[in-house]
Design a protein around this ligand. Sequence first.
Ligand code: AR6
Length: 175
Amino acid sequence: MIEIVKADITKVSVDAIVNAANSSLMGGGGVDGAIHRAGGKEILEECKLIVTLQGVCKTGQAVITTGGYLPAKYVIHTVGPVWHGGNDNEAQKLTDCYRNSLVLAVKYDCKSIAFPNISTGVYHFPKEKAAKIAVDAVSEFLAETDKIEKVIFVCFDEANEILIRIKLSERLNSV
Ligand code: AR6
């Protein structure tokens, strides 16, 4: 049910890919920039509409748009926490990102979803802590529902790929 790959998430064919966005939903660098570039302007148009209707997307929350030209049907935009040293509820906020993205995926009948390593780029969340949170949040959600058939962790760098593999095998060995 859980796969780990080293790839560009804009190339992954799943029902929904998750974007590590910022609160404005207006695009940015990193994976956010790559998704908007590859997906085309329809994604930004929908993001603008969402902001007009419901305001900015707060940290830990998630919203959904079309996938535009991407192979994925939908993009789920979530806003990860900026790392401030660990005393700003960053861990809970990152858990919320994974959980709220999965809740939205189920709501839109998505069977497969791909996650990047949220917050581990310019938001500087420590990669090992983020990997454990990602694996725990996804595993706990999958234990509660049979609606999602596949979750792919799409890692862009080798460190994240190795860390996600370690955290997943630690978790599987502990149960
Ligand atoms: N496919 C998969 N993963 C990627 C890709 C890609 N094409 N490109 C980068 N990554 P970041 P954040 C990885 O900085 O830390 C944006 O400007 C990257 O190696 O994209 O959550 C937003 O607008 C890293 O492991 O997101 C926000 O302002 C991971 O994606 C801010 O960055 C996340 O890195 C969000 O920062």
